[in-house]
Design a protein around this ligand. Structure first.
Ligand SMILES: [Zn+2]
Length: 463
């Protein structure tokens, strides 16, 4: 049984699904007004890994993640740059999917855009107004949180203890400080949709409740996002579903923060501040490995040190891929356990790693076990048991593939000639032929590769 921490109950619980064999999940996506940052990279990797693992275990997963394409930040950027909101959101949505492809995040099954669901949002707001669950003030329509008896459930602590830090706007006209905008009346020069209660545009919290219920239906299984969305965004979604008497998500999952260290470290991060920049300087697999080496609910630290550390660990996987003929997995491909049959040590590995991941996605322990298996596969081959080593290497590849991490080196991505040069260089080094090793390195460098030596052999990556 798959088990996952549920934010509402504060404990790891069985992930019981509405329909046997099927899992519906909704992940709050980005607001597209700038390049994706490292926090975006983390949430999208964490839930991509979850989706992949649930799929590997045999669930038919329907994965929905939205794009917020109308919002204050988009409007501000368009006004600043003298472009339109549509141009800004199209530009940064494009950047978003480029980065997602680079880090190997599989496309969601549905990608609803807020602007596609405005009529549905207007209908919901009308029904709230008719029941006095919403009210109109000078700048928009607000939701009356006092109408939901358990409002604040997802905050996980009394609301008055949160007030100082929470992102709530104090507005004297509101009935309560916790009430939130369902609809903002149009200001001059802003995009506008017509509505019986006054033309304007939807507030952020309404789009996700409308789109998740429209696509996944009442009582869908799992709603996820970063910890920063737990309150108020997710609570406000839940409050609207409660008020509309629509059963909402049965299970809530939240991932931890990304830390970029202290002031000094932030400075030295330089180009690492956006995901797009990070990907230009590192093997894209390094960020996924860094993410899965920590538990998804713990904070992670992204720094030149932790990234370099992940890249070094990748060197061991690259060497495994060079030594054994393993398939290239990951990317858009979701791996399914039913496609493979393992026996002996490989079956034991699948069982051990499976048990760890089934229990609240314990990726750090699973990754540690997998790296032990990398060593074991090499030892077997060193001892002449090539077949046994290769089978274990395949199991490692399949399990990393189930987490979306390709156990293939950049060499696999390049042509046979480059691959041959790397192998020849490894061979030259193993027999102490340094002159030849240097010559082969120069040859690779002249073809645009950065060449690094590791204990497991030559590593190359694009500069
Ligand atoms: Zn959302």
């Amino acid at each position: 049984m798959l088990r996952l921490y549920d934010t509402v109950h504060g404990e790891v619980r069985d992930l019981a699904t509405r329909e046997s064999g099927h899992l519906s999940m909704y992940v709050c996506g980005p607001t597209v007004y700038d390049l994706p940052h490292l926090g975006h990279g983390r949430f999208t990797l964490v839930w991509d890994v979850a989706r992949r693992w649930f799929t590997f275990r045999g669930l038919d997963v329907r994965y929905v993640s939205n794009i917020t394409d109308i919002d204050d930040n988009i409007i501000n950027r368009a006004q600043r740059e003298g472009s339109s909101e549509t141009e800004v959101s199209a530009t940064y949505e494009n950047e978003w999917w480029k980065a997602m492809s680079a880090i190997g995040v599989a496309r969601p099954d549905d990608i609803p855009h807020a602007t596609q669901y405005v009529p549905e949002m207007v209908t919901l707001i009308e029904s709230f107004l008719a029941q006095d669950i919403a009210y109109v003030i000078s700048d928009g329509v607000y939701f009356d949180t006092s109408r939901v008896p358990d409002y604040g459930l997802l905050a996980g602590q009394p609301l008055d203890t949160l007030r100082a830090g929470a992102r709530v706007d104090a507005n004297d006209e509101k009935r309560s400080v916790w009430d939130f905008a369902l609809w903002k009346f149009a200001k001059p020069g802003e995009p506008v949709w017509s509505a019986s209660f006054g033309d304007g545009r939807p507030g952020w919290h309404t789009e996700c409740v409308v789109m998740s219920l429209a696509l996944l239906g009442d009582g869908f299984d799992l709603h996820c996002g970063g910890l920063d969305l737990k309150f108020p965004h997710h609570e406000n979604e839940r409050a609207q579903a409660e008020a509309a008497r629509r059963p909402f998500a049965q299970h809530w999952g939240h991932n931890g923060w990304v830390m970029v260290g202290d002031e000094k470290m932030s400075k030295s991060l330089g180009n690492f501040t956006s995901l797009t920049d990070l990907l230009q300087h590192t093997d894209a697999r390094a960020y996924r490995l860094l993410v899965i080496r920590s538990h998804y609910r713990s904070p992670i630290e992204v720094s030149p040190t932790t990234i370099a550390d992940a890249e070094r660990a990748l060197g061991r996987l690259d060497a495994l891929a060079r030594r054994f003929d393993v398939p290239v997995l990951g990317g858009e491909q979701l791996v399914m356990a039913s496609e493979y049959a393992f026996s002996g040590a490989s079956a034991d590995l699948v069982e051990k790693v499976g048990a760890l991941l089934d229990e609240d996605l314990n990726t750090p322990l699973a990754v540690a076990v997998l790296f032990d298996a990398v060593s074991a596969a090499n030892t077997l081959a060193d001892q002449g048991e090539i077949g046994a080593g290769a089978e274990l290497a395949l199991a490692v590849t399949v399990l990393f593939g189930a987490l979306g991490l390709s156990v293939f080196s950049a060499v696999h991505d390049s042509d046979d000639e480059v691959r041959a040069l790397v192998s020849a260089r490894d061979e030259a080094r193993s027999v102490g032929n340094w002159g030849e090793a240097d010559r082969l390195r120069d040859e690779l460098v002249s073809r645009g590769w950065i060449v690094e030596d590791s204990t497991d052999g030559t590593r190359i990556r694009r500069g």
